[in-house]
Design a protein around this ligand. Structure first.
Ligand code: DC
Length: 222
């Protein structure tokens, strides 16, 4: 593939976007950008330094962080200040913290700029909440994945258990619904499909069915 290609995958937690974005990245041999991990990394670091909501502090904190994406065939490594973001950011607690700081204009503005800079010279598949609607409005292909809250919660429980994090289904379902409301009702860049996004309900589809659907569009129209 020679022409630079940007594919966006948006959707709520547990819609399957992370797994699908990684599969597309492997199949097309293009980089994979997990923008949720950026919000999680910022939230995790702010929490660690005991941030209390002070806007000036967040400004100087953002000035000091650097993100970079290292792409090698077979995997993309997202680093914050030179460190790969690992499993410590994957808990539901950090997810909720990320959703809280994702409401702030200063954070969104900063991360949007970083995401566009990362995509400037490479082809990539970017996943998040506002990839197709705000960050990459001219993306070549935009997808929006969704599934019922119960199915998404079940998937999250399985993912977290695979990481060795023991969780309760009912807690996860409630946290996920809380995060859905917060992400889709915030004033700036709310979770919402871009007008030209292809919407896929993954509730009753296997991963390979979702992947086939997406690849059908990408192969057929590129
Ligand atoms: O995809 P995720 O669950 O790792 O994302 C964590 C939170 O980060 C999510 O609840 C909202 C926020 N987020 C966002 O606001 N915009 C993005 N592009 C990606 C994530």
């Amino acid at each position: 593939m020679h022409k630079k290609l940007i594919i966006t995958i948006d959707g709520p937690a547990g819609s399957g976007k992370t797994t699908i974005a990684k599969l597309i990245s492997n199949k097309l041999k293009i980089a994979y950008l997990d923008t949720g991990a950026m919000y999680r990394g910022v939230a995790f670091a702010l929490n660690k330094m005991g941030w209390s909501g002070n806007k000036e502090k967040i400004k100087s904190f953002l000035q000091d962080i650097r993100f970079d994406l290292v792409y090698k065939e077979g995997g993309s490594l997202l680093r914050m200040n030179g460190n790969v973001l690992g499993d410590e950011i994957r808990t539901e607690e950090v997810g909720l913290m990320a959703s809280n700081i994702a409401k702030l204009q200063i954070v969104r503005k900063y991360l949007t700029k970083v995401q566009r800079r990362i995509a400037r010279d490479v082809s990539l598949v970017a996943e998040g909440r506002d990839m197709g609607s705000v960050v990459f409005p001219n993306a070549d292909f935009k997808f929006f994945l969704d599934a019922s809250p119960e199915i998404r919660a079940k998937r999250r429980v399985e993912q977290l258990r695979e990481l060795g994090i023991s969780v309760n289904y009912q807690d996860i379902l409630e946290e996920l619904q809380k995060r859905d409301i917060q992400d889709s009702t915030r004033a700036i860049s709310p979770l919402r499909p871009a007008e030209d996004a292809i919407k896929i309900d993954t509730s009753n589809l296997t991963l390979s069915q979702v992947l086939d659907k997406i690849m059908w569009y990408v192969k057929g129209h590129s």
